[in-house]
Design a protein around this ligand. Structure first.
Ligand SMILES: Cc1ncc(COP(=O)(O)O)c(C=O)c1O
Length: 437
């Protein structure tokens, strides 16, 4: 039955790993920005693939045909997830590897003096592949970050984009401090000078609906392990930009998008799980009444009213449920974020970084505690069943700009759809304890 409420217990019941204990404490997984836990249906899909369909592609027999159907199904699922068509969805090892393939392909058409714009806020996976083009004489400019709120300096951004700019690459959201960037604005800016826009949606993908048409970007990358799926990288390539891409590929590889960037055999079992991860999010959306979100099928046009781009009935309803799923996730995570930030704020010696809870941001909170190294705090919490990350999380440039690189970076707490108010209270309890030591 559909209800208007997000049922966190029902959500949690689908994750076998959440019942683990550490030293007598039930584990609380606040490590989501490094990778979420996985629901049973994803695990089952991986096992099912190995049990029933394990094979390579292009064979004229059952398991090979099934493998191709599974890959096609996953492209359709990710198309619904990102708001594009299945032919615009490519798979790879992870986001970083796909982004290197993308930068190498785009780099082939560049000449010395061409420019690429990246940002200081980004994960190194969306900096390194572009900085590598400096070897070809390409000039890479990095947009500054405003401190202490950790937002992009949009004036600086504007000043760095010019007619020599060929690529603008930025993150949708910061995996270190949760800032959500104005990617739509950045895509418009890139296009105004004839550049392509590449968006790293790895961190945002758990919290924000991806709509590539609304953003207007040419390429967008994410990773399924950050939103309940296996370790699989995914790339959206807008049809014409993908057509023009001169990827490095073997002669036998299909030269059409999306296959042209998929070097070698894919992670079939992982990709089988990707479809289930998407359907899991759609399932969260189904739990909302349609009136609650004001989405549904328009009676006059027969199209979905959620603003999605899909037109086929099955995709249309899954896209609608995905959009509703993200609405459900946000409604659940927002109050937890406020409790977490208010609670941390009240602990003597705590400094938080980034935007306030009321701003447009993800529920990923970074902090330091006076007199304690981030690693010491993470270990103290970890021993008590509270899993948080410490360090720079490969947002190396941001942590350097914050002056924290030599001091162990920050402690990062990431709220995921399966976290509860009780877990946030438990985390705050132990932070207070270590602060009082
Ligand atoms: C914002 C962001 N971009 C890129 C990456 C790299 O993703 P992958 O591990 O799929 O290469 C990460 C991983 O943590 C990330 O958080």
């Amino acid at each position: 039955m559909k209800t208007g409420l997000y049922d966190v217990d029902k959500c949690r019941a689908q994750f076998p790993s959440l019942t683990q204990e550490v030293g007598g404490y039930t584990a609380a997984f606040f490590d989501g920005p490094g990778g979420t836990q996985v629901p049973r249906r994803v695990i089952d899909a991986v096992v099912r693939y190995y049990t029933e369909s394990n094979c390579n592609t292009h064979g004229l027999f059952k398991t090979s045909r099934e493998t191709e159907e599974i890959l096609d199904g996953a492209r359709r699922a990710m198309a619904d997830f990102m708001g594009c068509s299945a032919g615009e969805v490519a798979f790879g090892n992870n986001m970083t590897t796909l982004n290197y393939s993308l930068s190498r392909a785009l780099g082939r058409t560049m000449k010395p003096g061409d420019e690429v714009v990246i940002t200081d806020l980004d994960h190194e996976a969306n900096r390194g592949p572009w900085l590598a083009l400096e070897e070809l004489g390409v000039v890479v400019r990095s947009v500054k970050v405003n401190l202490p709120d950790c937002t992009l300096d949009y004036k600086d951004f504007e000043s760095k984009v010019n007619p020599r700019t060929r690529v603008v690459a930025l993150g949708y959201a910061s995996n270190a401090v949760g800032t959500i960037n104005d990617v739509k604005w950045a895509a418009d800016l890139a296009h105004s000078v004839g550049a392509v826009c590449v968006v790293d949606a790895v961190h945002s993908a758990l919290h924000v609906t991806v709509d590539v048409n609304d953003i207007g970007c040419d390429f967008l990358l994410c990773s399924a392990y950050k939103f309940f799926g296996p370790h699989v990288g995914i790339m959206y390539g807008k049809r014409d930009a993908f057509d023009n891409l001169r990827t490095y590929k073997v002669k036998a590889q299909n030269e059409m998008p999306p296959y042209k960037i998929e070097t070698g055999t894919l992670n079939h079992e992982g990709i089988a799980g990707v479809t289930e991860a998407v359907d899991f999010i759609a399932g969260l959306g189904e739990a909302f009444v349609e009136e609650n979100l004001g989405v549904g099928i328009e009676s006059d046009t027969g199209r979905c009213s959620c603003g999605c781009c899909c037109s086929e009935p099955p995709e249309r309803s899954r896209r609608r449920d995905i959009v509703a799923g993200f609405e459900a996730i946000e409604r659940h995570e927002r109050p937890l974020l406020s409790t977490l930030m208010d609670g941390l704020d009240s602990v003597r010696g705590v400094t938080m970084y980034g935007l306030p809870a009321t701003a447009r941001r993800t529920p990923t909170v970074s902090f330091r505690l006076k007199g304690k190294a981030p690693a010491e705090i993470a270990e103290f919490l970890g021993d008590r069943g509270i899993f948080v990350w410490d360090g720079d999380f490969y947002a190396t440039t941001l942590i350097e700009r914050m002056g924290l690189a030599e001091q162990g970076g920050v402690v990062r707490v990431g709220i995921a759809p399966y976290n509860t108010a009780e877990e946030v209270d438990r985390l705050l309890h132990w932070v207070r304890k270590i602060a009082a030591e």
